[in-house]
Design a protein around this ligand. Structure first.
Ligand code: PMP
Length: 385
């Protein structure tokens, strides 16, 4: 089939996997009973489907299904993890996070500051790696929670959660990680990582939008409180009727994550895309370390190129992102790009291309041709120096 459009914005949202869609669609018409209705078989059946899905989500991250709380997405899971611990330990009033967290962490941290908590922001180096010394200094007996994103959504940087966990353990602080961007390549194991709380989002890994989960480990389980109030569903932590079809889609997506071999091929394809673009623009810089890195992330800086103009010129053929979807639309440059040391001008030369395991060589060739033509056209006008 001739390629006419290529979607390279998988870190903003992935297409639903065929399997997830097939599993989910009939659930709208078949499992419509309230899964919390325990007076009839229809309710029990819906509840069974929800529980089977919970099991699939738990299995994907090495957790027990009783530790999974369904939420509306990673934004809500992040809010629950942070706000749900408020006032649970009066000796601990410090929350530690990194400078490159997702907006849902940054904004929640601001809400904590308004409630009297001290929020310490740890810088990252030019490759997007956390300053472990500064982190070490910030974690002590006053620290309630450390929240460090596992995989960054803009530059694909991966943080050493296990080492961070050891620092938290020795000071008695809880550790939360936003793993929304990690699930799609099967690198998540709550035990190996040693986390107490972990956020997931279905639509970053072939599942539907509007559902995610918070893993709640043993140390957090008896402390976490709900942040909205209602009927006591989801272990009392997230009241509201659980959306059966979305749970089914999420579970199915978790059961069809790419294999190690598929992830290796995916990574190689992303590198081949970089090679092709480098042949066109030799001074391309990659934002963030090449290793460790999300296998589909290509956050690049094209010196002298106005990324707004380039992204617009690539439409409608190639979907790319300027910074993250969550920051685009705002006039300020991405806080992540600024945190790795880029100037506002340099941040304006950056694009994020994000591939998926299903991206093909033909698509990569199409993207190369589209970039070549866009850059040629831009060279004719003064925006390209
Ligand atoms: N955290 C990260 C790292 C993300 O990339 C996103 C999505 N941009 C979110 C949280 C929010 O996820 P959701 O859309 O499920 O609320």
């Amino acid at each position: 089939m001739k390629v006419t459009r290529v979607y390279l914005d998988h870190q903003a949202s992935t297409p639903m996997s065929r399997h997830a869609l097939d599993e989910m669609l009939p659930a709208f018409s078949e499992s419509y009973a309230n899964p919390h209705s325990d007076d009839h078989a229809a309710g029990w059946e819906a509840a069974e489907r929800v529980e089977a899905s919970r099991e699939q989500v738990a299995c994907a991250i090495g957790a027990d299904s009783a530790q999974i709380v369904f939420t509306s997405g990673a934004t809500e899971a992040n809010n629950l993890a942070m706000l749900g611990l408020l006032e649970t330990d009066r000796h601990r009033s410090r929350v530690v996070m990194s400078a490159i967290e997702h907006k849902s962490i940054l904004a929640t941290a601001r809400a904590l500051t308004e409630r009297g908590y001290e929020v310490v922001t740890i810088p990252v180096d030019p490759l997007g790696q956390l300053d472990m010394l500064a982190l070490h200094e910030a974690i002590d007996e006053r620290t309630l929670l450390v929240s460090i994103g596992f995989v960054n959504n803009e530059i694909g940087a991966v943080q050493p959660i296990k080492a961070i966990s050891q620092l938290c353990r020795s000071a008695g602080a809880l550790l939360h990680t936003d793993a929304a961007q990690a699930l799609s390549w099967d690198a998540v194991s709550v035990d190996e990582m040693g986390v107490d709380l972990l956020s997931l989002s279905a639509h970053k890994a072939g599942g539907p939008k509007g559902i995610g989960a918070l893993y709640v480990g043993p140390a957090a389980a008896d402390r976490l409180r709900p942040i909205i109030h209602g009927g006591g569903q989801e272990l009392g932590l997230r009241p509201g009727t659980v959306p059966t079809p979305l749970c089914i889609g999420f579970g199915a997506a978790c059961s069809s994550l790419p294999s190690t071999e598929q992830v290796a091929a995916w990574r190689a394809l992303t590198v081949s895309l970089l090679d092709r673009l480098r042949a066109l623009v030799p001074d391309i810089h990659v934002n963030g370390a090449m290793e460790p890195r999300h296998p589909g992330n290509l956050s690049i800086r094209l010196p002298g190129v106005d990324a707004d103009v380039l992204a617009a010129r690539l439409q409608p053929g190639v979907a790319v992102a300027r910074g993250s979807a969550c920051t685009s639309g705002l006039p300020e440059p991405s806080h992540v790009l600024r945190a790795i040391g880029l100037t506002a001008g340099e941040a304006n030369n950056c694009l994020r291309l994000s591939t998926s395991p299903a991206t093909t060589e033909e698509e990569v060739a199409f993207v190369e041709a589209a970039f070549a033509s866009a850059i040629r056209e831009m060279a004719k006008v003064p925006t390209y120096r």
